[in-house]
Design a protein around this ligand. Structure first.
Ligand code: ATP
Length: 230
């Protein structure tokens, strides 16, 4: 682990109350990397992201930011360059797309530079946008603020494959162009692996596989059958 580690954990146990649902997890995301965190429902992916973001206190072990241990809560982490996006659309539905951007202090031009698709719908209430447009708006808002690290929890849940591709492309570009470190939880495993550099697979809270996508690709069938079903 180097100072290049934007985000990570060492020996992390995470969970709720005194119940650990993630155990002894070592994970890291470097600058400019897209890393996929995979696992079946209930494997502990969301719990891991919440803990890395500072929203859940670790039960044991250490959360790392910029290569150093941190105990800072999420609002503080967000001020210093962390962005956390979930499947829940966080836009305000009664406001137009443009007003949503303004509220976040994001210039419209910065958002449409990332997603030109938003241009024609800027004056539409966010509630009337398609699910894909709402997530583009969410992602545009997050990326335009130039985060250093971004956690994405099932960003594309329920969206069409072409939109999933579009959102993942934008994350890949942010990593390649701006050096953003991205940790991605995705149901669309094959799509995620197409865009990720490395992968971690969790099974019942424990790491069962990790490595560069190129190395684990050949094991993908077995991974899916063993750990990702259901
Ligand atoms: P999914 O794809 O279903 O979201 P996941 O891999 O993200 O799965 P988590 O949401 O992290 O899994 O859940 C891991 C375990 O923790 C599950 O057994 C779940 O029931 C439990 N859990 C999740 N949230 C809470 C909570 N607030 N309180 C207690 N247990 C919880």
């Amino acid at each position: 682990m180097t100072m290049d580690t934007l985000l990570g954990c060492a020996g992390l146990s995470a969970g709720y109350g005194s119940m650990a649902v993630v155990r002894e997890l070592d994970l890291h995301v470097a600058r400019g990397e897209v890393v996929a965190l995979l696992g079946a429902n209930g494997a502990g992916k969301t719990t891991t992201l919440l803990t890395l973001a500072g929203q859940l206190p670790p039960l044991a072990g250490t959360v790392l930011a910029d290569g150093k241990p941190t105990k800072a809560p999420m609002h503080e982490r967000c001020r210093t360059g962390l962005s956390f996006i979930t499947e829940e659309r966080s836009v305000i539905m009664g406001l137009t797309a443009k007003e949503n951007l303004k509220l976040a202090g994001v210039p419209t031009a910065a958002a449409t530079a990332l997603f030109p698709e938003l241009e024609p719908v800027l004056n539409r209430p966010a509630g009337l946008l398609s699910g894909g447009e709402q997530q583009m708006l969410t992602l545009a808002r997050a990326l335009a603020r130039r985060p250093r690290a971004l956690l994405a929890d099932e960003l594309s849940l329920g969206l069409a494959p072409i939109i999933v591709r579009r959102l993942l492309t934008a994350l890949r570009q942010a990593a390649d162009t701006d050096g953003v470190g991205v940790l991605l939880v995705e149901q669309h495993v094959r799509q995620a692996l197409r865009f990720a550099d490395r992968v971690y697979v969790l099974n019942r809270g424990r790491l069962v596989l990790e490595g560069p996508v190129a190395d684990v690709q050949s094991q993908l069938g077995a991974i899916e059958a063993a750990y990702l079903a259901g």
